[in-house]
Design a protein around this ligand. Structure first.
Ligand code: NDP
Length: 401
């Protein structure tokens, strides 16, 4: 029985809080705080209707470390779950240290003025969390998050040695809108417009964004174009699995999405460089975010499925094998359960699971942890019981590309 403070009332925060309320024996008291309190109240109303559980809500600017520390001290949670934006990660880690409380998030820190998300800033908190006897768990979403747990599970149970790893992220969902991002548009567009980067033989290989394309036939979705990209779990996987000679990340994009993205990029709308407009400074990508649909509004519109998994090659008992671990999630079912589409669902459920494992002491330690460092088994068990069932398949052959 533990108190939890969740920060961030977007699609991911909404799913996580609904799922926490459905696991009231672990989450005895939930407070949801975010910049806009009305969004917390709307989520609280939905949680009450769907689960009968009442949660507390509060307004909070998590960029204000003193105010956040004071709120943590007043709420007295055993854990702060950061589901705001990556920009808040360090401030929230500082506030957790000041208040003496454990920390968890789903996305690694990136400064606002640099299109770069890296773990180095958060790894630098290792000694401070360790010395305080506190735990910080980084990246407990789907990717990063579940994809690292799938890899750890593969290494623990399916292969004695992993040689190559491909992460395949397919969103086969259709909103019917010409252009929308399925999670925070600013973060999403920064991610997909960054140069591609993969890990090969001990070094990063860079290429232009969204140019290396392959076709893959995804179960329950069908054939999709997927593109080689950089994604944040590549950094922790390369660090914790030096044995893997090549690690790549692929994400599917439809032609319409890419056409819109191309135009937006060509006219400078995805730029993070401040510019003057009618006497005030604006950042084009922030203005674009204001024009695009809120990801949390896409729930009722989205139909189809996500299919995300890992394909690993390696050796088991001396025999070469290729194993595929994946989850398929239905947008409409996710919406029926929590009022949010599958991209928020596939992130919010693992966030709840990471929090549950910390609160129940199944995952514990002092310091800053990535998902790869923790026992995958209780997490994999909860994925099956909490709405994200997975399956393992032996493939006949490695990927042909
Ligand atoms: P949204 O943009 O929908 O929600 C973010 C929420 O954080 C909003 O409610 C926003 O408030 C709030 N917020 C922003 N800044 C502050 C602040 N300074 N203080 C308090 N609250 C703040 O994003 P998502 O729900 O889609 O994503 C949430 C997080 O999950 C992001 O970090 C994202 O990168 C991560 N993510 C991780 C994935 C994974 O698989 N690991 C996949 C998808 C997302 P307001 O409404 O007022 O703007």
């Amino acid at each position: 029985m533990s108190r939890v403070l969740v920060i961030g009332a977007g699609g991911v925060g909404s799913v996580a809080v609904h799922k926490m309320a459905m696991n009231a024996e672990i989450f005895s008291h939930i407070t949801l705080a975010s910049r806009t309190k009305s969004k917390c109240d709307a989520i609280a109303e939905s949680v009450k209707q769907r689960t009968g559980v009442a949660i507390d809500t509060a307004a909070l600017d998590a960029d204000d470390v003193a105010a956040t520390t004071a709120m943590i001290q007043a709420v007295k949670p055993a854990l702060v779950v950061n589901l705001a934006l990556p920009y808040q990660d360090l401030n929230l880690m500082d506030a957790c240290l000041a208040a003496g409380v454990n920390y968890m998030d789903t996305a690694n820190y990136g400064p606002r003025d640099e299109a770069k998300f890296e773990y180095k800033w958060q790894w630098a908190y290792q000694d401070r969390f360790k010395d305080a006897g506190l735990m910080a768990l980084l990246g407990s979403g789907f990717d990063p998050g579940v994809t690292s747990v799938f890899t750890t599970y593969t290494k623990k149970h399916l292969l004695d040695r992993i040689d190559t790893l491909d992460i395949l992220d397919c969103n086969g969902g259709d909103t019917g809108l010409p252009f929308a991002t399925n999670f925070n548009p600013e973060i999403n567009l920064r991610e997909v417009t960054a140069p591609s980067r993969h890990w090969e033989n001990g070094q990063w290989i860079e290429g232009p964004a969204l140019t290396h394309k392959q076709v893959f036939d995804f179960d329950q979705v069908g054939e999709k174009n997927m593109y080689l990209m950089y994604h944040e779990e590549l950094e922790s996987l390369a660090k914790f699995y030096p044995e893997i000679s090549r690690i790549r990340f692929w994400m599917t994009f439809g032609d319409s999405y890419l056409k819109h993205l191309d135009v937006l990029q060509n006219i400078g709308m995805t730029s993070i460089e401040p510019m003057m407009f009618q006497g005030r400074e604006i950042i084009p990508i922030e203005f674009l975010k204001a024009l695009l649909p809120e990801p949390s509004s896409l729930g009722p519109l989205t139909k189809g499925k996500t299919n995300i998994g890992t394909i690993a090659t390696g050796l088991k008992d001396g025999v070469a094998k290729t194993v595929y671990v994946n989850n398929i999630c239905d947008h409409e079912e996710a919406y029926a359960e929590t009022g949010n589409q599958a991209v928020s669902y596939t992130t919010g459920v693992p966030a709840m699971i990471g929090a549950a494992l910390m609160l129940t002491g199944q995952w514990k330690g002092a310091g800053v942890f990535n998902m790869e460092q923790l026992d995958p088994d209780p997490f994999m068990d909860m994925l099956n019981t909490q709405g994200l069932p997975w399956k393992v398949q032996d493939l006949d052959a490695p990927l042909a590309f």
